[in-house]
Design a protein around this ligand. Structure first.
Ligand code: SF4
Length: 417
């Protein structure tokens, strides 16, 4: 035995760029390394999360992050083992900070500043304090590095902070009442069950996961403290949880005596700096969806101003921090010149080693679907699939720029091993 798992033997890891770009994620997915949240749980909070106000928590996060990074690097390089859990820890700090942020919400770049615990006003996501999950299951449709052989442990939250007219998850992203409400224990239960049945990661997605930051961080804090689901949580999740897998032959998701899973942040990245700083110590691998170019397309197609400047700022942070990133870009009809090309050019300059999935599966939906009663004439331009010519132009541009895209974009045409 060489210590390699079936997951390691997936052909996509033979590509050096993919293997290097996602090396941390792969180590955590195979339980050879503890996830970041396990490491953050060994770093003292340096403040009392129960009583500290937001400013004190943010200052403590800034103070604790360098210690986290030193420890992360040492563990990554095999120079250190995971130490004992701190009480309270950096993970508790993150959960408390997200809770304080909820009172003047700036979970995303809309920075609505409303108190989501009260019901009088709603922000762009139209959410209050409640978080709902539409479904959770081992997703076999994600990229091979994420779906592997046993699926990506995907948790679909309802609602979103963007308004893409063509959204293919419109029922989830626009209907705040979709799915079931979950508290932190139930969310931790979903993550626990998905991972223990063999999923390679915990994939937080929506809609947009950031609008549920308070619930997600609270669930991660529970998992970091050794949470185990009880019957109460399990039996109330029947409506959204779809465990299609048999349990794995050998245990998955246990490392150093505790629950272990890579946290995958599957996001539109319309996020602000405070959230990025917080997620840095919890997220093992980032899956940003980078759709629109620098013109007005994000406003006309998704009613989202400041899109390009916001997403590129977040992605620049990931590059600066040396995070594991795989970028998705959806080729849209009639938007190759204004969106695809500038997006790919930005990536070639700023994230040249991140694999890019240049996706061909756009199909009109919601307000862009001519057969739908919701169809709006102003979306006529995107009411079709992209042509072969448009897709070829997108891929040819990526090739000219030297972007590593072919392995993840065309992997379904190939073999597994
Ligand atoms: S999550 Fe974003 S859209 Fe929703 S209230 Fe907070 S800042 Fe506004």
């Amino acid at each position: 035995m060489d210590g390699r798992t079936d997951f390691d033997r997936l052909f996509v890891w033979q590509d050096e760029t993919v293997a290097r770009a996602l090396s941390w994620y792969r180590e955590v997915a195979t339980d050879r390394r503890p996830a970041k949240f396990r490491i953050a749980a060994t770093v003292p909070a340096g403040v009392d999360p129960a009583t500290a106000d937001r400013v004190a928590l943010e200052e403590a996060l800034v103070r604790a992050t360098p210690l986290f990074l030193v420890r992360w690097r040492a563990i990554r390089e095999g120079r250190e083992e995971l130490g004992p859990r701190a009480e309270p820890s950096l993970v508790d700090l993150c959960a408390a900070l997200a809770e304080r942020m909820l009172a003047r919400c700036d979970f995303c770049r809309w920075e609505c500043g409303i108190d989501r615990r009260r019901r009088e006003r709603r922000g762009a996501c139209r959410l209050g304090e409640e978080s709902r999950v539409a479904c959770a299951f081992p997703h076999l449709g994600e990229e091979l590095v994420f779906r592997g052989l046993r699926g990506s442990g995907t948790i679909f939250f309802t609602s979103c902070n963007m308004r893409c007219a063509f959204c293919q998850n419109g029922d989830i992203s626009t209907d705040c009442d979709n799915g079931e409400p979950v508290d932190a224990r139930q969310l931790a239960t979903l993550a626990f069950l998905l991972r223990r049945q063999g999923c390679h990661n915990i994939n937080f997605v929506g809609g947009e996961p950031a609008v549920h930051l308070h619930r997600i961080t609270a669930a991660i804090a529970l998992l970091a403290r050794g949470f185990r689901p009880g019957g109460r949580e399990g039996c109330r999740l029947g409506g959204v949880f779809d465990p299609v897998m048999e349990p794995p032959e050998s245990p998955v998701g246990i490392r150093d005596g505790g629950f272990n899973a890579p946290i995958l942040w599957n996001s539109n990245m319309f996020l602000g700096e405070p959230v990025m700083r917080l997620l840095r110590v919890l997220v093992d691998v980032w899956l940003p969806d980078f759709k629109f170019g620098p013109g007005r397309c994000a406003v006309t197609l998704a009613r989202t101003p400041r899109y390009f400047e916001t997403v590129t700022r977040c992605l620049a942070r990931l590059a600066e921090w040396g995070e594991d990133v795989l970028v998705r870009h959806l080729v849209m009809p009639a938007h190759v010149d204004c969106c695809t090309k500038p997006v790919l050019e930005w990536l070639a300059h700023h994230l040249p080693r991140a694999p890019v999935n240049i996706m061909d599966q756009y199909r009109p939906d919601m307000f862009a679907e001519p057969g739908s009663p919701h169809f709006l004439e102003r979306y006529r331009e995107i009411a079709r699939r992209p042509t072969a010519r448009e897709l070829d132009a997108a891929w040819a541009h990526a090739r000219r720029l030297g972007l590593p895209f072919a392995e993840v974009t065309f992997e379904r045409r190939g073999r597994l091993f």
